[in-house]
Design a protein around this ligand. Structure first.
Ligand SMILES: Cc1cc2nc3c(=O)[nH]c(=O)nc-3n(C[C@H](O)[C@H](O)[C@H](O)COP(=O)(O)OP(=O)(O)OC[C@H]3O[C@@H](n4cnc5c(N)ncnc54)[C@H](O)[C@@H]3O)c2cc1C
Length: 365
């Protein structure tokens, strides 16, 4: 029997596994794919997420973006500029393989499973049945993303909202000439992005409340307008789960982290920071519950308080922003707000923290 089983080896799962292993617990990580595997994600990591990793991920960073081009609806473009990086560009297949290898180096066991048939929770352990095998652990962390299967066994999904995004890679001769770009002028309730990588740019569309309505054709048209002549490769779409500020666990031994718990933000669809953060908090809750008489689940909900209030803020901000994108973006172009925003972002502050001017505390394990 393992101390903890983690289902899903994305940012949430590997962050949780790494911290548990650092404290000497035995950890089994299960995923439905061999790694490296493709994952629909533009791989942009904001400074607050970048500095949260317990190990240096600079070797998988393709670009550090210090300039962001913003295209508001019906207005001239403007730039956000900072001296430090505003976003770190990674490729998810590389980032996730790198993190999984860190987990394996620490002594984590990794296994590929075809399917989760059932999950049974007893007062003392959790059992995972895959049809051909079964695994036992004292706790289970469900980090299996937006379409989580573990969620069905562990929480009422009433808290969930699903957004949607589509992306593609386009080879270009000089990706460095492309700035990181958010274009709010061509779609309602969302934006197109251009993220420069090493030998290509990643382009995509994010739109709130758009499930099933976004079409690949829209990406082709966007690429054409941007004079991106290369073929669209690795075209993928996937949901992003938000609404996790209402996440409650019905289970004592199963905790959800990352998109499985709806812990991505609704404004721009950023999820890597929240996945890593919640994975780390889930690990810490399990570790602390072993020394105290408090349930890991109750500790976890307490530890998520700051994340959940951030997500609530993003949720409200997204409703305001997509109703009035022009005036909201105009405010961002004013020098005082611009300076405060880019400095806060570069220093790793969450949106609400930028407004309230509190510095986030980095916790070491
Ligand atoms: C097109 C697109 C672009 C995005 N761009 C960005 C971005 O630039 N920056 C950002 O911060 N966020 C971005 N996001 C959001 C981000 O990808 C997610 O929020 C983040 O990946 C969530 O991490 P996670 O660890 O919770 O889940 P995931 O990264 O989804 O990982 C889940 C893991 O669980 C595994 N799994 C799933 N089901 C099972 C199963 N039944 N059994 C076993 N294993 C299973 C999967 O194989 C996967 O490895 C984007 C999302 C999309 C769709």
């Amino acid at each position: 029997m393992f101390d903890v089983a983690v289902i899903g080896a994305g940012p949430a799962g590997t962050a949780a596994a790494f911290d548990l292993l650092s404290k000497g617990l035995s950890v089994l990580v299960l995923d439905k794919y061999e790694f490296p595997r493709k994952k629909a994600c533009a791989g942009g990591i904001t400074p607050k997420g970048y500095h949260l990793f317990r190990y240096d991920i600079s070797c998988v960073v393709k670009r550090e973006c210090r300039i962001v081009k913003i295209n508001p609806p019906n207005k001239k473009s403007f730039f956000l500029k900072a001296e430090k990086a505003l976003c770190y560009m990674t490729k998810r297949e590389e980032l996730d393989l790198f993190s999984l290898n860190k987990v394996i180096e620490k002594g984590g066991h990794f296994k590929v499973i075809k399917k989760i048939q059932s999950i049974n929770e007893t007062p003392f352990y959790v059992e995972i049945h895959t049809g051909t095998e079964h695994f036992k652990a004292s706790y289970l962390i469900g980090a299996d993303g937006a379409n989580s299967i573990v969620r069905r066994f562990a929480a009422r999904p009433v808290f969930l909202q699903k957004q949607f995004a589509i992306e593609a890679d386009v080879k270009t001769d000089r990706p460095e000439t492309h700035k990181m770009e958010f274009d709010f002028s061509k779609i309602k309730n969302g934006y197109y992005w251009v993220f420069p990588k090493d030998d290509h740019v990643n382009i995509g569309i994010y739109s709130v409340g758009s499930h099933g309505k976004l079409k690949i054709q829209q990406l082709y048209e966007f690429a054409k307008k941007r004079h991106l002549s290369g073929r669209l490769e690795a075209v993928k779409g996937y949901p992003i789960c938000t609404g996790g500020f209402n996440y409650r666990s019905d289970s004592k031994r199963i905790l959800l982290a990352g998109d499985a718990a709806g812990l991505a933000e609704r404004l721009l669809g950023e999820g890597i920071f929240f996945a890593v953060k919640s994975g780390q908090e889930a690990a810490l809750s399990i570790l602390e519950s072993r020394d105290n008489k408090i349930e890991a689940r109750d500790l976890y909900i307490k530890k998520l308080k700051e994340v959940r209030s951030d997500l609530k803020f993003y949720n409200l901000a997204s409703k305001w922003f997509y109703r009035f994108p022009g005036p909201s973006l105009k405010a961002l172009s004013f020098p005082f707000i611009h300076k405060r925003f880019v400095n806060g972002l570069a220093e790793g502050k969450a949106m609400a923290r930028i407004l309230y001017n509190k510095v986030p505390v980095k916790k070491d394990i």
